[in-house]
Write a protein that binds this ligand. Sequence first.
Ligand code: SF4
Length: 273
Amino acid sequence: MPPLYSHSRLSCFENCPKQFHYRYVLKLPAESESIEAFLGKRVHEVLERLQQFADRGLVPSLAKVVSRFRVNWEERYDPSRVRIVRQENDDKFYLDIGERCLDRFYRQHYPFDADETLGLEQHVRFDLDAERGYRLRGIIDRLVRARDGAIEIHDYKTSQRIPSQKRLDADRQLALYQLAVAREYPERPFRLVWHYLVFGATRVSTRSAEQLERLRSDVMDLIGRIEREEEYPARPSPLCGWCEYGERCPASGRTRAASPAPPPSQPAQRSLL
Ligand code: SF4
């Protein structure tokens, strides 16, 4: 059975083939999780729950939403597993960011009835090329029917910067989701919508049929490259600090086996004797 690809699987290969090898070929369990990923998961799960209640006409208070976030955080936060790369910050710093994200989102969207939810954390799978067996999967944070009838693919981001509109207009992830659900909603205009929660900012983009076809073709080329890869070279970069295999990967500079610096009385050159 050919593997199911996803946007994160494709990005992983593009960023570092070695990380791809650890994660998807050797299937090594993650040794740690960045606090940014941990924060994103905690915010996503609370927003999903909030929308579930709101869609049933039971909008919880902001205090309850924030309290749920804190409880989930406390229950799941394991300092031995969650890694803080930016040492100038502590876990409280990230907890505060999460609370601010929820506070802003809640105040902007209350009472959450501006549109219709079609799916929450909706899993999608589709054939990119049935002949070659290239299949993709993904999870849409929220699928929406807007008041004007357009179908919107919403994505929640807890990142601390907003990409340029040019980058969003070339973004792959939500466009792939559009390919995945387009057949269910023929003749409907689509919008791709990002919520940059830290800033309370929303960004929107659309794709033409030609752009979607080009995307399909580019992704098939990329999958072809992945399937031909045999070496999986390491590609060290500042992202190594966030890599869950950093303590195993010799290219990261933070392997467990790395020798501590020798004391001054034993200069490093001694080991060459
Ligand atoms: S630590 Fe860096 S070079 Fe090594 S696998 Fe991770 S991202 Fe790649």
